[in-house]
Design a protein around this ligand. Structure first.
Ligand SMILES: [Zn+2]
Ligand SMILES: [Zn+2]
Ligand SMILES: [Zn+2]
Length: 266
């Protein structure tokens, strides 16, 4: 059997958010149970080990042991910078397989401080190709290219994980729920979906930070058979407050906010 465990559910910068005194951030500083780590999951495959998806700046709180591999989604703050914790200043990992797009692999190999991870043999970068599954003892991990601020030349991946019995999609960041991403979600049993913003009025520069709003995603996914959990929540998102109207609307529509510790059997 394979299991996916949710390790973090916040946008890259976490909750609380540096420099912010909004209600969600103040609540998280006052009560650590309201704090959220950056979005990540771990796949446990019987006889094939444990694999981290996204290397977040919160990684030292999210896992104790060095995993058997890390699947990277893209090069933004919350998804890549935790890789440094596998280097010599920290756990000094030994040739940890790191799966990434060829472009992101080049960035890691050619730029400090990440380059040292390669030259010190802490990590071994392996390229993955869109649609080409990585086989792990009866479970497969398929990288799928999605649109997410494509100005970033190294690309962004979602991952589809197919276990012996069920399938899960992890799509932490996507610019919009296009027909492509919608079909990816409809095609699996469980989907962890970009829930950065509840609505477009949460931040002034929302046009610079394209994400589908949870409100619009709920309409697109109305009546879907897939179990949908929203993750990657921004500190401004009213869904962070369990007593909010937004949370009630979400749950009465049959959706859920992902929580650290959630486990999905595949
Ligand atoms: Zn992100
Ligand atoms: Zn805030
Ligand atoms: Zn991103």
């Amino acid at each position: 059997m394979s299991l996916v465990e949710v390790l973090g559910t916040a946008q890259d910068a976490g909750v609380p958010h540096l420099g912010c005194r909004c209600g969600n951030c103040a609540a998280a500083r006052a009560d650590p149970r309201r704090a959220r780590y950056a979005s990540a999951v771990r796949l446990n495959v019987e006889d094939a080990g444990r694999y981290l998806f996204d290397a977040t700046p919160d990684v030292r709180f999210q896992t104790v042991d060095v995993p058997d591999g890390v699947f990277l989604t893209h090069a933004h703050l919350g998804h890549l910078t935790g890789l440094s914790y596998f280097g010599r200043e920290s756990v000094d990992a030994d040739e940890l397989p790191v799966y990434a797009t060829p472009g992101l692999g080049d960035v890691i190999r050619n730029n400090e401080p990440l380059r040292s991870l390669v030259t010190d043999r802490n990590v071994e970068v392996r390229s993955v190709t869109d649609g080409d599954p990585v086989a792990l003892e009866g479970t497969s991990v398929t990288p799928i290219r999605v649109e997410h601020r494509e100005s970033l030349p190294t690309g962004t991946l979602a991952y589809r994980i197919d276990g012996p019995n069920r399938s899960l999609l992890y799509v932490s960041d996507v610019d919009a729920l296009t027909a492509h991403s919608e079909s990816l979600i409809r095609d699996v049993d469980v989907a962890l979906v970009d829930g950065t913003f509840w609505s477009r009025d949460e931040i002034d520069r929302v046009d610079d930070v394209p994400h589908p709003t949870v409100r619009s995603s709920m309409e697109v996914l109305d009546g879907v058979d897939t179990e949908v959990l929203f993750t990657h929540l921004n500190h401004t998102n009213p869904l962070l407050d369990p007593t909010s109207d937004a949370r009630e609307r979400l749950e009465s529509a049959g959706f859920r906010v992902a929580e650290r510790g959630d486990v999905v059997e595949l």
